[in-house]
Design a protein around this ligand. Sequence first.
Ligand SMILES: Cc1cc2nc3c(=O)[nH]c(=O)nc-3n(C[C@H](O)[C@H](O)[C@H](O)COP(=O)(O)O)c2cc1C
Length: 209
Amino acid sequence: MSIIESLQWRYATKKFDPKKILAQEKLDILKQAFNLTATSFGLQTISMLIIKNDTLRNELLGAAYNQSQIVDASHLLVLCVKNTIKEDDVDDLFDNVSHLRQTPETILEPFRNNLKSIMQNKSLEEQQEWSINQAYIALGNLMTVCAVERIDSCPMEGFDRAQFDAILKLNERHLKSILLLPVGYRAEDDMFSSFKKVRKELKHSIVEM
Ligand SMILES: Cc1cc2nc3c(=O)[nH]c(=O)nc-3n(C[C@H](O)[C@H](O)[C@H](O)COP(=O)(O)O)c2cc1C
């Protein structure tokens, strides 16, 4: 199928078939796709939780306004951001560049220092907002990869982030939950799968100059 056919095939799945479980190789593709997502400066201040545990997902259900995808999907992906960006995060990036590309420190140092000062000049809220933007890029990337791989998914921001953070004890990992992406396979009777796509006509969303 062409990429456009894949994007037509995908839809925000409302009802998953709880009996259909993603193969490990599909999960591995989603892990790689998340990690290959482009981030600003390549800093990767985002993380992805992959939750299979049913007890845990049942605990999360109420905090996601009882949206059944949380428990019925094969796996629940939770996209998170680091709750703060530290000098160490910048050092980790540049140490990795140095290791993987053998770039001399004399070349890296000004970029390393510049990025540290950019991050230090942001308030905690600004740092988190900046990271949240990266999480949305990862969400889009994952949704497209899911479509190409014929994995059903449902992007979700309809949940209580603070309750998720508490249930998942994310503070201990210095993370905050931002977005959900239940993934798996659609139930045969999910009526939304047959609904026509509702989109503006291209002439109303594209401006050509
Ligand atoms: C950022 C974002 C958050 C969303 N949150 C929810 C949600 O909490 N629950 C839900 O059922 N759908 C949610 N959706 C799905 C949208 O309603 C859906 O993508 C949109 O209506 C277009 O339909 P389609 O994805 O089926 O083409 C969300 C979509 C996006 C992109």
